[in-house]
Design a protein around this ligand. Structure first.
Ligand code: NAP
Length: 292
């Protein structure tokens, strides 16, 4: 049975545009007080996808009046050298956020690197201190992609209280944090993964499905409750080489109430929430200075 032949699109580009307008306004207000929010982006190696991501992040900073520094290092960079750069940025007053683009080359321990970033500058929200803050409901930096998913839900005034949310995927950067965020908003949350016995039985009960797997067509129309909200985090290439998500968009949009497209859904929101976190890092510092 279908209740909506074409679900409403949750447009991440339009929402980002709206949010970035506000970011630019707040950044200008800080700059007028001699604090320009600053982001340092570190890229090690020449992964082509990573190069595109860091370029987009730096451009988004420029577009919204944030200062940014892009540090590119060869694949041969040693772990100690990278840790030393992070330590220097931790003490750099012009930098409020530090982002190390993942993946790192195999000889570098990514966990060790992420833990070296000061939690106050960890605008990716990957430091254990920020993951812990999310876990216990304390202020901290939320990871950008799940934070973007929550903003998309907020943009349609979706009341999560009492709803059943099913998250597919349990990574530290998307699945687990988005599950905690949904829980914090009083949804009842089920987290599914590669060992889930009957995924369809789970998703058919869901009012909200967040899919963060990295495989095409993980969620098809027969797995979705009519009217459900579907958020597609996945980024894959289809057989024609075009960017696509984890959701069979054409089929699922016939059943879902709301759905995010790929591209143009969660992707732009990830960068927008990075800008928000960087801005907030600078604002927190400004408030702390004003209070001292
Ligand atoms: P990940 O670390 O590889 O995690 C994938 C998760 O999916 C794992 O928990 C895995 O389960 C689960 N899984 C794999 N196959 C499954 C199946 N058949 N059924 C149910 N669950 C399954 O990936 P990630 O970093 O979370 O990223 C997920 C996707 O989101 C990727 O396509 C990535 O490119 C995309 N992404 C997009 C953005 C954005 O800005 N739009 C940002 C981040 C990530 P196990 O734990 O059991 O292995």
């Amino acid at each position: 049975m279908t209740i909506s032949r074409n679900s409403h699109l949750m447009d991440g580009i339009a929402l980002s545009k709206h949010l970035r307008h506000d970011i630019a306004r707040r950044a200008a207000a800080l700059t007028a007080h001699d604090i320009t929010p600053g982001l340092a982006v570190i890229l090690v190696g020449d992964n082509p996808a990573s190069q595109v991501y860091v370029r987009n992040k730096v451009k988004a900073c420029a577009d919204t009046g944030l200062h940014s520094v892009l540090e590119k290092y060869p694949d041969s960079m040693g772990e100690a050298e990278l840790l030393a750069r992070i330590e220097a940025l931790n003490h750099d007053a012009s930098i409020h956020g530090i982002l190390v683009q993942l993946p790192l080359p195999a000889h570098i321990d990514a966990h060790k690197v992420l833990e070296a970033i000061s939690p106050a500058k960890d605008v990716d929200g990957f430091h254990v201190a920020n993951a812990g803050a999310l876990m216990v409901g304390q202020p901290g930096f939320w990871p950008c992609t799940p934070y973007g998913c929550m903003k998309l839900l907020e943009s349609i005034n979706y009341e999560l209280k009492g709803k059943h949310a099913v998250v597919i995927g349990r990574s530290n950067i998307v699945g687990k944090p988005v599950a905690l965020m949904l829980l914090q908003k009083n949804a009842t949350v089920t987290v599914c993964h590669s060992a889930t016995a009957n995924l369809k039985a789970m998703t058919l009960q869901a009012d909200v499905v967040v899919v963060a797997v990295g495989k095409r067509n993980v969620l098809t129309a027969d797995m979705v409750k009519p009217g459900a909200v579907v958020i597609d985090v996945g980024m894959n290439r289809n057989l024609e080489g075009k960017l696509c998500g984890d959701v069979d968009f054409t089929g699922v949009r016939e059943v879902a109430g709301f759905i995010t497209p790929v591209p143009g859904g969660v992707g732009p929101m990830t960068i927008t929430m990075l800008l928000v976190n960087t801005l907030e890092a600078a604002e927190r510092l400004a408030h702390a200075k004003a209070a001292s």
